[in-house]
Design a binder for this molecule. Structure first.
Ligand SMILES: Cc1cc2nc3c(=O)[nH]c(=O)nc-3n(C[C@H](O)[C@H](O)[C@H](O)COP(=O)(O)OP(=O)(O)OC[C@H]3O[C@@H](n4cnc5c(N)ncnc54)[C@H](O)[C@@H]3O)c2cc1C
Length: 303
């Protein structure tokens, strides 16, 4: 039996592993490879890397850091987790392991729109993250694909960077809350409900072509359809979800004792920096629960 099993070896999981391994807890990271971070070619908002860094390198550095302090990383896919009277049994495609505590950090996958050629322009105009990429489209025409509150909020966020923002519902009825819809109207953000046929451009994205044949010039297309959380494992433990995300408390704890969760899996701002912070919190508070003490909120201690 090990002390901690971290399921998922992206920034959230590896950050947790750095803390638990460094606290001398035997730590095993089970990671099937791939994931969101490794797929991002270039990030410009990651603290300490003003010239940008690739997701692949962020993960490689995290792996080196966690293993330096004794964490073991195995490239295996977890298929089931059971709570066995005070400890956890983790089954992978290759083996079975036991641990005193768990950190779940399996990430989330982003829903892609049913628009022809959209994959071809990913990273060349099509983006899944306003927070990450809006900066590259300052004062340029952009559109958001989506029909709900998520799309409306992303469109409002884009207004910090450009006045030329549209929302494309791709044939769905626009059903954002009235307050958000009003704010879009105030800022003259057009909501287009016609189905989109395809995206097009030479090297980079240049336009969206509607099924009616009309072309709309856009340099950036931001997809805001939602995400599929990596919540299957958590489901086997009966941990409740909020939509596609795992429900956690402010200390990253779940409803199951000594099971914590971090990163995209738990929703929030879905950034590398926030995932790393949540991973650290999850680990610190798991260590706290091993010691039989409660979450220490320094605001309360210092009050
Ligand atoms: C196109 C794009 C661009 C982005 N750009 C930026 C940016 O510029 N700046 C920024 O800060 N953020 C950016 N993000 C967001 C950022 O990549 C994520 O917030 C971050 O990667 C989340 O890290 P994570 O550790 O939660 O998940 P992940 O990196 O997805 O790691 C989860 C890991 O869990 C593993 N896993 C899943 N299920 C299992 C299982 N059953 N068994 C074993 N392993 C499993 C996966 O293989 C993966 O390795 C971007 C996202 C996208 C999609």
């Amino acid at each position: 039996m090990v002390d901690v099993i971290v399921i998922g070896g992206g920034p959230a999981g590896l950050s947790a592993a750095v803390y638990t391994a460094r606290a001398d807890q035997e730590t095993l990271v089970l990671d099937k490879g791939g994931g969101t971070t490794r797929g991002v070619d270039y990030m410009e908002n990651f603290y300490g890397f003003p010239d940008g860094i690739s997701g692949e390198e962020i993960v490689a550095r995290g792996e080196a850091h966690a293993t330096k302090f004794g964490a073991e990383i195995r490239r295996e896919e977890v298929v089931r987790v059971a709570d066995d009277d005070g400890h956890f049994v983790v089954e992978t495609t290759d083996d079975e392991y036991e641990a005193r505590g768990l950190v779940l950090a399996t990430g989330a996958s982003y829903e892609t729109p049913a628009i022809a050629d959209v994959d071809e322009y990913e990273g060349r105009g099509v983006s899944y993250c306003v927070e990450c990429d809006a900066y590259f489209y300052r004062d340029r025409p952009v559109a958001v694909v989506g029909a709900g509150n998520y799309a409306a909020k992303e469109a409002l966020m884009l207004l910090d960077y450009t006045d030329d923002v549209r929302v494309l519902t791709n044939g769905d009825a626009f059903d954002a809350d009235p307050e958000l819809a009003d704010r879009l109207r105030e800022h003259a953000v057009e909501v287009i409900t016609d189905p989109v046929d395809r995206v097009a451009g030479e090297e980079e994205l240049e336009r969206v072509v509607l099924r009616s044949g009309e072309s709309i010039g856009v340099d950036g297309l931001f997809v805001a359809l939602g995400a599929a959380g990596g919540t299957d494992i958590a489901e086997t433990l009966g941990i409740p979800q909020d939509g596609p995300y795992l429900r956690v408390d402010e200390d990253q704890s779940t409803t199951v004792d000594r099971v914590y969760a971090a990163g995209d899996l738990t929703g929030g701002n879905r950034q590398v920096a926030t995932s790393i912070g949540e991973g650290a919190d999850a680990a610190i508070n798991l260590l706290e629960s091993f010691r039989g003490t409660d979450y220490v909120d320094y605001r309360k201690l210092d009050a």
